[in-house]
Design a protein around this ligand. Structure first.
Ligand code: TXA
Ligand code: MG
Length: 333
């Protein structure tokens, strides 16, 4: 059901959940300071209670009573907020442990979308908001995606158009000595290092995720147990058109997803069904289209999805690769 901003505000005030647009993906929002409401978010998403939520605010002043800000955190927010960057800091008592999955840190973000910002402004309270999808499934970048993903459990949704970024925020841990990226996003390690003048680390799980794929050709990666962002149709990753076309895995009932117009040409010449994530292979364009193409691909009810990703997993493509790696049942890169 689509609702107005006024209706969303009224529902949020009484502890109900609504789906709201952000510039990254749509969020399933509820009052962050109310444990009962936070539990409803976990329940509707079917999310394990061990996976903490991001708390959304409009600016640093709205976050200072929620977390212990250090100088670097203040500097980071001045540069990157509002925008697709989440920071992790030691939490203050006001934040319920339900939000942080029992951790003593809290993730904070100021989204850059007029609808979300307008609601935060009028509500004068922070909102917890994970991506508005059932746990492990593809994240929504339009209001229609939310209805498709949740079926009869769809939360009331404010339609704010297509999300401009299309991929979840970069998560940066600023709670310890060294700034560390926990989830890659469109704000890259290089962007952060240049702006902050400090070395920024990548969490070991990000490096291992990429290494694993490049070292274990044809091996299971990653296990279905840590499957995330996944379409219902099994998704396989490939390093190039040649490898895929020569692969015994490929059948006529499969759908192929590519990153460039050139790859699309090659695939269509061989008479396979094909969807393209971008024309040029540019990371920003691929990220913007990724989830909507995966959701569209799922509707075609193919036997399998094969995605050709020949880009280097660096810069903005690192974030795309991170999501693909988790969404795929198997990678043949
Ligand atoms: O772009 C986004 O960040 C979107 C929009 C709606 O704002 N939200 C989003 O939320 O992607 P979610 O719940 O799907 O992902 C939150 C991520 C998870 O990887 C979670 O583990 C991490 O943030 N996270 C949350 N709190 C944390 C904490 N205290 N320490 C470390 N990681 C945390
Ligand atoms: Mg999510």
């Amino acid at each position: 059901m689509l609702i107005s901003e006024d209706d969303a505000l009224a529902r949020l005030k009484v502890g109900d959940l609504v789906a709201l647009p952000t510039e990254t993906v749509y969020g399933l929002a509820g009052l962050a300071l109310q444990a009962k409401t936070v539990r409803k978010i976990f329940e509707l998403k079917g999310r394990p209670s061990s996976n903490p939520l991001i708390v959304h605010v409009n600016d640093v002043s709205g976050a200072k009573n929620l977390a212990e800000f250090n100088d670097l955190a203040i500097r980071t927010c001045k540069i990157f907020w509002p925008g697709p960057l989440t920071i992790v800091l030691p939490k203050k008592d006001l934040i319920p442990l339900e939000v942080t999955a029992g951790n003593q840190t809290v993730a904070l973000r100021a989204p850059n979308h007029p609808v979300f910002r307008g609601i935060l402004d009028r509500l004068k309270q922070p909102l917890a908001a994970p991506s508005a999808n059932p746990s492990n499934r593809t994240s929504p970048t339009t209001a229609a995606h939310i209805a498709e993903l949740f079926g009869d459990k769809v939360p009331p949704t404010v339609d704010g158009g297509v999300c401009t970024v299309g991929l979840e925020s970069t998560v940066l841990d600023l709670s310890s000595d060294r700034p560390t990226i926990l989830r890659p996003g469109m704000i890259t390690r290089k962007d952060l290092q240049l702006a902050l003048g400090e070395e920024v680390l990548l969490a070991p799980h990000i490096i291992q995720g990429i290494d694993k794929i490049y070292q274990t050709t044809g091996a299971q990666s990653p296990g279905m147990s840590d499957c995330h962002y996944a379409p219902k149709t099994p998704l396989f990753l490939h390093a190039g058109t040649k490898q895929l076309l020569e692969s015994a895995e490929l059948s006529r009932e499969d759908l192929i997803i590519v990153c460039t117009a050139e790859e699309k040409n090659i695939i269509e010449q061989k008479d396979f069904s094909c969807l393209a994530l971008s024309i040029s292979g540019n990371g920003e364009e691929i990220a913007h289209n990724l989830y909507s193409v995966l959701i569209e691909a799922d509707k075609k009810k193919s036997r399998r999805l094969h995605l050709i990703f020949s880009q280097k997993p660096e810069g903005q493509n690192r974030a795309v690769f991170d999501r693909l790696n988790k969404a795929a049942v198997r990678s043949i890169i």
